[in-house]
Write a protein that binds this ligand. Structure first.
Ligand code: ZN
Length: 1371
């Protein structure tokens, strides 16, 4: 490539250079002692040996030389700028390189220096098969002088030839293109390989003219082809006629310029372009004779420019210009600018990178040879890219390198590649030897012909003319344009376009196809870089000249600049939904602000939900109103229900305000914001206050029920009323209102809009929401308090959890409360989390409010509605045929003012259904009626309350709406303690609730006592069962049996085991104003046994039932008698037994059950008859086993609630059970004598009662004694017992006879004499045993033994009456 920068020649410089040259030639001639004297004559080989030594070293560096003023430069004598000679070493061949350059070759020579230094580094360049031989280069680089001086060519050739000969150099490093023709013959003559930097084809033709000449540049004829191609593509689309004016102007003198433009013309013609005009000029001639050579003559050049694009050209005249010149183009450009010319394209030979860099104002028109550029990303082993090489140059030499430097760098590099290639299969390479012979040189030359190497400016390979074809057409070095970016070269690296020039170059390197897309190819006005935000006004371009015209304008409002591939900018309207915010010249539009409103769909959902709630509230309210007379509704306290409905609706109303939104705040919107918490808070208080109150009341009622049992007045129950709970609603409301008011006063919620995204300070996205400074605190307080309330409600629910009921509202309430609790707890954090998204936030809040209120309403009302609906259905098929509602009503409110109504209903039930009712039920109903009709109101209440369980149950179950235990619970919960239900409810509560302390098992009045026929009887019974009377040995259990309608065991058991509570309850029931503390008793219910009295009675009732009443002797009366007798004996013993409460209880319990299910026949009978029992118990204490087994089967039956020991520790239960079993088994008469002797033995021990086992033996003995106490009782009683036991014996005897079994002793009614049997029994069994007992319990000795003795006397006397002849002694 030739150098663009040329110093304009002037006369003085010319003269000086000539003088210097003459002087130099003289020197050279003298030094060489050559005969000739002509500088141009080549020196003989021998004479050249001293040439290198005669040349001085340069005093300036390459860069300094380029910076010299022209006159100094021209006077510079030839000098050696570099003589790099490495020391020879083993296996290293030093190959000389010669490089001769004119001064004007600029910095290009330094590239060769760089290359050689790098190649010589280390061992040098490895060659040969094993790469164990190396080559280093001896580079001699000489600046030969000013190429403009006369005779320079000769001088250049002389020095080159001399050095090649002197050094025997096989390689010449080519100099600048304009001296290539000088160097070419030297290479040919001396057969030195020569790499020329020349582009025109003729230099290489014919190929055989210079076999050692190689060309590193590609064919310069190919340079304009890319532009031609672009025009071709463009014309195919936009001007198919191809009559576009094409103007070609070139320097005629230079083959390079001429051939380049002619190549363009040939290509244009071939593409069918017709309107081509050629303007050529000789740069060194003076066509107009003004004394200035054409290349410098602005007038001549201006005329040429005018011809190409005249000043008066028509508006649609857009020629394509091809300019193959040097600096002349600068003048012509100025003219075209004046002419306001607007060409379709301009192609410039001189549009090299260097030129462009020096003429920044013409950069938009850079399009030409398409030379190597640092941005093109080639590399070699030393440098990753040309750019790195240039950086290296900067560090090494202190200046920015150029393209020429890269080219000269590549030449030694190629020589090294050549050597490596030539010797790659040689074991002992010796290049110098080869270069010394003609054959060797020819072989090496041929190797050079086939060399292919990647270099820092691309691939180098040679065609048949030994010219580089590696890169193809220079103009095709465009960069692929992908996705708006220019991609890199082969490394796909982003090219480093880091300044404006680079960016423009990128335009020039765009492929022809892409260029053709533009309306004007190149140089296109579109190449003009409009500043950001401005666009190229195409309309202006049509009327104005465009060369360097600044047609950039700012894009108007609401348009923005966009660019096509070819950099043409134009304004596009902003897309819908965006704007420039009133600014001109924007590069992008700012999207309209996204307000993030809640979507319409969601709002509709929200309103629908509110509508649903409103509808549900209305339905509920109407239902309430229409069913206001229904008991179910009335007992549910409709006032509270109305409040719940109203509260839920108010709370739900906040949904409406949640949907309020606006672009900016206003009073209305702010008010709506604040309305939400107000409605929610107030709604909560109104809705949940009643719910809480209901729960609270249930708890209070349940407590009151217990208090009642503890003897507190019924008044305390009545106090749990609406007033009491309405206070709670008020408190909740006041606290909620206080929080809300504080909020309102402190920092009311305002509508605020927060910018989420912005562009240039303009909001593009924002979220509007209700916010206040301390909203988290206030919201937290509001919700926190609500949670507290709900938590309290849950605690209340928990405390009343044992109150089960089919109907119970508390379950629903607690469910609703728990649900609400959950909703509030779950959604509260969601409010914070979903803040950014209004839609999510809205639907979460709306959903929470809706679900909360909806669920509460449903849970509260639906069960009720279903109940009422069911109750109104036709009567049950199971029950009698009357309206459940009408029946239920009076019964449920029987303690109210509806006694008469209730009675009326009962009458109707009895009258209308008398035929359908079973006899038993009829009787029960009559009892109820009797109670209702008798006595004053208060007594009636009591009576009704204490109706026997079965009766109460029955009379109510006859109605469809049965007042079972559960319904009682329901009534209790709903109405807060209706008296009619109190009894069963109280017992239920006691049964189900664990008492808080040991003394809370409470007072329990046996219902059967209450049911006693008259107050007189009650009084008698209560007297009989007083603690004092119970201790009596002459206690008349038969009387009691009679007075208690055949419930002796139940009463005695209750009186003894339930003492002192039973005595206290009876006293109160008889109207005595007494205190529990004044009563004596065992206090089993208050001891750590915590025997629940009602369960005890239930158990007694069952056990009593299981005694076989038909037995003359072994029936419930006997059991009651044994219990009482045992009690009496125990009391006689006082504290002497040292028995524990557990032991006393165990032995009494054993007494209760000791004969249960006794069949009325003895163990012997069982064994003889082989009854099932005998088989089960293997004939061992058969009946006793059965009794005690049955007792525990009943007690531990999980299907019933009879476990009186359920509050006793497990270990103690085992203990009690063990003791009871032992004791009952011990009542087996067959063990009697053994027992008596054992007890006697025990009594020998001192302090025998302190041993637990012995003590238990004694207690069992006492029980046994109570069991056989019939003959120890005062006469009337003992006779009665004797009759009964004899009756039972005879029945057994009858059976034995019937079964053919041996008749047991005393069982044959025909042979047995009563007195006889008794005498023996008393004399040998009872008396001695009681005497032993008397040894333990002194009172027995004093009070009982005499009676036994008396009885014995009586029987002896009786026997005498029956059969006086029989001697006493014979019995
Ligand atoms: Zn018995």
């Amino acid at each position: 490539m030739w150098r663009q920068k040329q110093v304009p020649m002037d006369i003085t410089g010319c003269a000086l250079r000539s003088a210097f040259l003459l002087l130099f030639m003289g020197l050279v001639v003298m030094a060489s002692s050559g005969p000739s004297g002509t500088a141009a004559q080549p020196l003989a080989t021998g004479t050249a040996t001293r040439l290198l030594a005669t040349l001085p070293s340069c005093t300036h560096s390459t860069y300094e030389v380029t910076q010299l003023p022209p006159e100094e430069k021209s006077e510079l004598a030839p000098c050696v700028i570099a003589n790099i000679k490495p020391e020879p070493s083993e296996n290293t061949t030093v190959i000389p390189l010669v490089h001769v350059t004119p001064i004007s070759c600029g910095v290009g020579r330094d590239g060769a220096l760089t290359s050689v230094k790098l190649l010589n580094a280390g061992h040098g360049v490895p060659i040969g098969f094993a790469k164990d031989h190396f080559v280093k280069f001896h580079l001699v680089s000489v600046i030969a002088g000013d190429a403009r001086a006369d005779g320079y060519h000769e001088q250049h050739e002389y020095i080159l030839r001399g050095l090649v000969e002197e050094l025997q150099a096989p390689y010449i490093v080519g100099s600048c293109s304009f001296v290539a023709s000088v160097e070419k013959p030297v290479a040919g003559d001396l057969e030195a390989i020569y790499m020329a930097q020349v582009g025109p084809p003729s230099f290489y033709l014919p190929s055989n003219s210079n076999p050692f000449v190689f060309g590193i540049h590609i064919n310069s004829d190919t340079y304009p082809l890319a532009n031609v191609q672009a025009l071709d593509f463009w014309a195919a689309k936009k001007n198919p006629a191809r009559d576009i004016p094409i103007r070609v102007m070139y320097r005629e003198q230079s083959e390079f310029f001429r051939s380049t433009c002619q190549s363009a013309i040939r290509a244009l013609q071939k593409s069918g372009f017709t309107n081509i005009e050629t303007m050529k000029f000789d740069p060194l001639e003076d066509d107009n004779g003004d004394g200035i050579v054409n290349e410098l003559d602005a007038i001549t050049l201006g005329e040429i420019a005018d011809k190409a694009c005249p000043p008066d050209h028509p508006p649609n005249f857009h020629p394509a210009l091809f300019v193959c010149t040097r600096t002349e183009q600068d003048v012509m450009f100025e003219r075209w600018r004046q002419n306001r010319c607007r060409p379709t394209s301009i192609w410039l030979t001189a549009a090299t990178w260097t030129w462009a860099a020096r003429n920044p104002e013409l950069l938009p028109y850079l399009h030409g040879g398409g030379q190597w550029h640092p941005a093109l990303d080639y590399g070699d082993e030393n440098f990753a890219s040309g750019k790195e090489l240039l950086q290296h140059t900067y560090q090494e030499y202190g200046y920015n390198g150029t393209y020429d430097q890269v080219v000269s760098y590549v030449v030694p590099y190629l020589y090294a590649k050549h050597l490596q290639n030539a010797y790659k299969v040689t074991t002992h390479p010796n290049p110098l030897e080869d270069f010394a012979t003609a054959e060797g040189r020819e072989r090496l030359r041929r190797d050079m012909m086939v060399l292919t190497a990647d270099t820092i400016f691309g691939k180098v390979a040679f065609d048949q003319n030994q010219r580089n074809v590696g890169r193809g057409a220079a103009g095709t070095q465009w960069l692929p344009f992908e996705k708006g970016e220019f991609s890199g070269g082969r490394r796909k690296k982003e090219p480093a376009f880091n300044n404006q020039s680079d960016a423009v170059l990128a335009n020039a390197l765009v492929s022809p196809l892409l260029q053709a897309e533009a309306s004007i190819v190149l140089p296109s006005p579109s190449a003009e870089e409009c500043v950001q935000g401005s666009f190229l006004n195409h309309t202006a371009l049509k009327t104005q000249s465009s060369i360097l015209l600044s047609a950039c304008e700012l894009c108007p409002f609401d348009t923005y600049i966009t660019r096509d591939n070819n950099v043409a900018g134009f304004c596009s309207p902003c897309p819908v939904g965006s704007t420039t915010k009133g600014r001109k010249g924007q590069t992008e539009c700012i999207p309209n602000e996204e307000f993030n409103y809640i979507s319409q769909g969601l709002l509709v959902v929200g309103y629908t939900l509110f509508g649903t709630i409103t509808f549900v509230c209305l339905v509920m309210a109407i239902w309430l109103w229409s069913h206001q007379t229904s008991v179910l509704v009335r007992i549910s306290q409709p006032q509270l229900l109305v409040l719940v409905i109203f509260g839920c609706w108010i709370s739900s109303l906040s949904i409406v305000f949640l949907g309020v939104q606006a672009e900016v705040a206003s009073d209305m919107v702010n008010a709506a914001c604040m309305a939400t918490p107000w409605l929610y808070g107030v709604g909560f208080a109104v809705a949940y206050g009643p719910l809480l109150a209901k729960l609270l009341r249930i708890m209070l009622v349940s407590r009151a029920g217990r208090k009642k049992q503890m003897g507190k007045s019924a008044r305390s129950q009545r106090a749990v009323g609406l007033k009491e709970v309405s206070g709670l609603v008020g408190i909740i409301l006041i606290i909620q209102l206080a929080i809300l008011t504080a909020w309102q006063l402190d920092s009311p919620i305002q509508w605020t809009r927060e910018v989420i995204e912005e562009v240039d300070g303009f909001a593009t996205e924002s979220v509007g929401r209700c916010e206040s400074d301390h909203q988290n605190a206030y919201f937290g307080a509001l919700v926190g308090f609500q949670l507290l309330c709900l938590l309290g409600a849950l605690v209340l629910s928990y405390q009343t959890r044992h109150i089960h009921s089919d109907f119970a509202e508390s379950g629903c309430i607690s469910l609703a409360v728990a649900f609400t609790f959950e909703v509030v707890l779950l959604t509260a954090p969601t409010f914070v989390l979903a803040r950014e998204n209004n839609n999510v936030s809205y639907i979460v809040r709306v959903g929470a409010v809706f679900v909360q209120n909806f669920v509460v309403l449903l849970l509260l009302f639906v069960p009720k509605m279903i109940r009422v609906r069911e109750s109104m259905k036709s009567p049950s098929t199971r029950g009698p045929n009357f309206s459940s509602e009408s029946t239920y009503l009076p019964l449920a409110s029987i303690t109210g003012s509806k006694w008469d109504e209730a009675t009326d209903i009962l009458n109707r039930m009895l009258d209308e259904n008398s035929n359908d009712l079973p006899q038993e039920q009829r009787e029960d109903l009559q009892k109820v009626k009797h109670v209702l009709l008798s006595g004053d109101r208060e007594k009636k209440q009591n009576k009704l309350m204490h109706l026997p369980g079965g009766l109460a149950r029955f009379s109510l179950t006859t109605a469809r709406f049965s007042v079972k235990k559960q319904s009682n619970m329901f009534l209790l919960q709903e109405y807060g303690g209706i008296d009619v239900t109190r009894r069963s409810v109280s017992s239920e509560i006691e049964a189900m609730e664990e008492p808080a302390g040991g003394s809370s098992s409470g007072v329990y009045l046996l219902p059967e006592f209450e049911a006693l026929a008259s107050q007189a009887i009650k009084t008698r019974v209560s007297i009989m069962l007083s603690w004092h009377a119970l201790k009596r040995w002459d206690f008349n259990v038969f009387d009691l049996c009679h007075l208690t309608d055949g419930n002796p065991l139940l009463f005695v058991g209750w009186a003894v085991l339930g003492s002192p509570h039973s005595q206290y309850a009876m006293a109160r029931a008889c109207g005595e104003d007494v205190d529990l503390d004044s009563f004596e008793g065992y206090n089993f219910s208050d001891s750590d046994l915590k025997i629940p009295l009602h369960t005890l009675c239930d158990y007694l009732r069952v056990i009593q039932d299981d005694y076989i009443s038909a037995n003359p002797y072994h029936n419930e009366t006997h059991a009651a008698d044994v219990v009482q007798s045992l009690h009496a004996l125990l009391q006689m013993s006082g504290e002497e037994l040292h028995a524990s409460k557990l032991e006393i209880f165990s032995i009494l319990l054993a007494a209760v059950v000791h004969d249960v299910q006794h069949p009325g026949s003895s163990n012997a009978f069982q064994a003889n008859a082989r009854t099932d029992l005998a088989l089960i118990y293997n004939d061992n204490s058969i009946l006793e086993n059965k009794h005690v087994s049955h007792a525990f089967v009943k007690m531990f039956d999980t299907k019933t609630n009879l476990n009186i020991l359920r509050k006793v520790d497990r270990s103690k239960v085992a203990k009690i059970r063990n003791k009871v079993i032992k004791a009952v088994l011990h009542t087996d008469m067959s063990l009697h004598f053994k027992t008596v002797s054992e007890i006697k033995g025990d009594m020998m021990e001192e302090d025998y009662l302190s041993d637990e086992e012995t003590r238990w033996d004694v207690l069992m003995y006492i029980l046994h004694m109570a069991d056989i106490s019939g003959q120890a009782k005062p006469r009337p009683l003992s006779i009665l017992w004797t009759d009964r036991v004899m009756d039972e014996f005879f029945v057994q005897g009858d059976k034995e006879k019937q079964l053919g079994l041996p008749i047991s002793p005393n069982c044959n009614r025909h042979t047995t004499l009563k007195a006889d049997s008794q005498i023996g029994f008393v004399k040998f069994v009872i008396l001695p045993a009681y005497e032993v007992l008397g040894g333990i319990i002194p009172q027995v000795k004093e009070r009982v033994v005499p009676i036994v003795a008396d009885n014995l006397e009586y029987w002896v006397h009786q026997r005498k009456l029956e059969s006086p002849d029989i001697e006493e002694s014979t019995v």
